[in-house]
Write a protein of this length. Structure first.
Length: 372
């Protein structure tokens, strides 16, 4: 029998979340962002659910290739563009659209031999200082690209650093919007600005509205601005549930400790369950005692340190729970109770993005059947 742990993917929820992105940006086309193996869900596992997207955005060429093998003939965008000149050959062959964020990428394009010119997304560094041309250099880059026979349409793109919160006490996107608008207002081409946070929080504004939104975390039911808002507020549903089982029960007396380092000491008699989930499955080792879990759909919490293969949960208040009980680490229990990945992430000092991406290979992934 396999070890009782499983990541369950919920295609109906993924499709619902993607529809939410569309509803937030009704005039825009929607990129389903599937980088990092679809935020840990598996590109092939989310493909059917995200088929209603206008395109798929990602970073890795092998994931782009997989999408073509799965039969996707629509747009695919490489968000970081090419990493070396010969990547352009694959772009030509697979008809990939690609970001252009630096002079080297333009040099490679200028030397590239292709029958069909490429669609590119010229990226502006409007203030995040990660990728892109500065507003001052943007027009020259556009002019250079526009003169190349290898280039077909040029679209314009930027990325927000603070769309999920305020920045220095101000609206989080104001500084980047000012730089963007000034540098692009008279350039032709389609625009793509918003990630999930901006799609949810700002897309009703005229100046933010664009031709393409890039829906990442929200498509998976992660809330970019948790705890200011939660899943219910944005009407999102978990794309993944991590579930395991209680494989042993221990009875503690006051003074007994639990796990490595004896970081948890019972102050009263307790009953605890040992769960078949540890940091080698991707559960965060830094989750503190007290991190929420669902046991048979009822809320409880972890006790003591997370070890490689196991963690402990408090069963003292759950007399029906015991050996074999289902433990939902995040997502939805089989009875429909919800535990937000963002809440678990917060207890571990991280964000839902990291937990999703961190599910390890030894965890069997199952895709729920899509109900009609
Ligand atoms: C990852 C990524 C996104 C999606 O961001 P979310 O916060 O997950 O919505 C959008 N744009 C770019 C350029 C990205 O790298």
């Amino acid at each position: 029998m396999p070890r009782p742990i499983q990541a369950l993917i919920h295609p109906a929820h993924l499709a619902h979340n993607l529809a939410r992105a569309r509803a937030c940006a009704p005039d825009a086309q929607v990129w389903a962002v599937v980088k990092a193996n679809a935020y840990g869900h598996g590109v092939a596992n989310v493909f059917e659910a995200f088929r209603a997207a206008d395109g798929f955005a990602l970073l890795d060429l092998d994931e782009a290739q997989l999408l073509r093998e799965l039969g996707w003939r629509g747009p695919i965008l490489l968000l970081e563009g090419c990493f070396e000149a010969r990547d352009l050959e694959l772009c030509s062959r697979l008809k990939l659209w690609h970001a252009v964020h630096c002079e080297q990428q333009i040099d490679w394009l200028a030397m590239h031999k292709t029958h069909e010119p490429h669609r590119v997304f010229l990226k502006m560094n409007s203030g995040m200082n990660r990728l892109g041309f500065t507003p001052q250099a943007f027009r020259a880059a556009w002019t250079r690209l526009n003169a190349l026979p290898q280039v077909d349409e040029i679209s314009l793109m930027t990325h927000f650093s603070d769309a999920d919160a305020r920045r220095f006490g101000e609206d989080g996107i104001a500084h980047q919007m000012a730089a963007w608008t000034e540098a692009t207002h008279d350039l032709p081409g389609e625009r793509s600005l918003s990630n999930s946070a901006a799609t949810l929080r700002y897309n009703q504004r005229d100046e933010v509205r664009a031709d393409w939104v890039r829906a990442g975390i929200m498509s998976y039911g992660g809330v970019p601005d948790y705890p200011e808002h939660d899943m219910a507020h944005w009407d999102l549903k978990p794309g993944m549930s991590l579930r395991a089982k209680v494989i042993a029960v221990q009875h503690l007396q006051a003074g007994d400790s639990v796990g490595y380092g004896s970081t948890f000491v019972a102050d009263r008699p307790m009953r605890i369950g040992t769960v078949a989930c540890g940091y080698a499955d991707g559960y965060p080792r830094h989750a503190n005692s007290g991190t929420p879990v669902l046991v048979d759909g009822q809320r409880s919490q972890t006790v003591g340190r997370v070890s490689m293969d196991m963690l402990a949960v408090d069963l003292s208040e759950l007399p029906q729970a015991g050996f074999g009980s289902e433990v939902t680490l995040w997502g939805q229990s089989s009875k429909g109770a919800m535990l937000s990945i963002d809440e678990v992430a917060r207890a571990a000092g991280t964000i839902g993005y990291e937990l999703m991406c961190a599910i390890t290979r030894r965890v069997p992934v199952q895709v729920e059947a899509l109900q009609a």
